[in-house]
Write a protein that binds this ligand. Structure first.
Ligand code: MLT
Ligand code: MN
Ligand code: ZN
Length: 303
């Protein structure tokens, strides 16, 4: 299985357009040790020909152009064989509306995510220009399914992970176990196993099962501390209020990740305020001591 990181930042990207925090200012002025990042998404392929996107970020057009593997091979063609939603947040779904050039698309999502995107959304009509423009493949929690044709030899399981309703659906509907998932993707050819967990509110039995036996784990790296936005004078919400497990300190996600046997453990969906974005900084050194990485746009892995 080939993996390409298309975007590694949380919603807003890095730097974020309306943010003048220390990190964003450093990234904007090209200070050493600060790399700009687009919003979180990765591409996965079993055969190197057809690719599956995990999430469709608002920056999807530039992300596709940034990677030749995703370029058309004919006058009208795309190697993108499917898109998987991990939740209904706009930083994960908005890009679908940008793929509106009359091209059939396969989208894997829970029924809740599909309905949250489609219902009452007049913009969705742009993806209904012909019958079957979007082929929704409803994922069933905990059930392993083929990803694409049998020829890809990839199999995927959606794992329910504690998370949040998307901001735009809050107060409109009740939370459900289908609101936020992680994906475990298994390559039948190599036996390689990827666990993709970009939004994790905290520890759970499902999470333990998802990471069990994984060779590569991508993990929610949104915030270093619980009060990161508050301390920086940028907001009032704690990490927990946004269903993101903070990395540092006792009971933090770094402790959890440091116990895993996976060959690569990589933080992704990193918020622009997070001090791990500073290469050479003390927080980054702490991760390095545990052998834990921070995703960058353009990073590639094979398993
Ligand atoms: C999140 O990751 O918590 C969301 O992207 C927040 C948001 O939608 O602004
Ligand atoms: Mn997000
Ligand atoms: Zn910032």
């Amino acid at each position: 299985m080939r993996i390409r990181v298309l975007g590694s930042a949380a919603g807003g990207g890095f730097p974020q357009w309306n943010c003048g925090c220390e990190n964003c200012r450093a990234a904007r002025t090209g200070a050493p040790g600060f790399r700009a990042r687009t919003q979180e998404s990765i591409a996965v392929s079993g055969d190197g020909e057809s690719w599956f996107l995990l999430n469709a970020s608002p920056e999807i057009r530039a992300q596709i152009e940034s990677f030749p593997g995703l370029w058309p091979r004919a006058k009208r063609h795309s190697p993108i064989a499917g898109i998987l939603f991990s939740n209904g947040d706009l930083d994960h779904c908005l890009g679908l509306l940008s793929l509106r050039e009359s091209h059939p698309l396969v989208v894997h999502a829970t029924a809740t995510m599909r309905d949250g995107f489609r219902q009452g959304n007049v913009l969705y009509r742009t993806l209904e220009r012909f019958a079957g423009q979007i082929d929704w493949r409803v994922v069933t929690l905990g059930e392993e399914q083929a990803l694409g044709s049998e020829a890809t030899r990839l199999r995927v399981t959606a794992v329910p992970i504690a998370g949040n309703l998307p901001l735009h659906l809050k107060t409109l509907r009740a939370p459900s176990a289908e609101d936020n998932v992680g994906y475990v993707i298994r390559d039948e050819r190599t036996g390689g196993r990827l666990a993709y967990l970009s939004g994790v509110a905290g520890p759970s039995a499902e999470l333990e099962r998802a990471v069990e036996g994984a060779d590569v784990v991508f993990f929610d790296g949104t915030f270093w501390t619980s009060d990161e936005l508050i301390a920086a004078g940028l907001g009032t919400r704690r990490a927990e209020d946004m269903s993101h497990w903070p990395i540092s300190g006792p009971g933090g996600s770094l402790e959890f990740l440091s116990r895993l046997k996976a060959r690569r453990r990589i933080f992704i969906h990193v918020n622009n305020t997070n001090p791990i974005l500073r290469e050479g900084g003390p927080e980054r050194a702490e991760l390095q001591r545990q052998g834990i990485e921070v995703a960058e746009d353009g990073m590639e892995l094979e398993l």
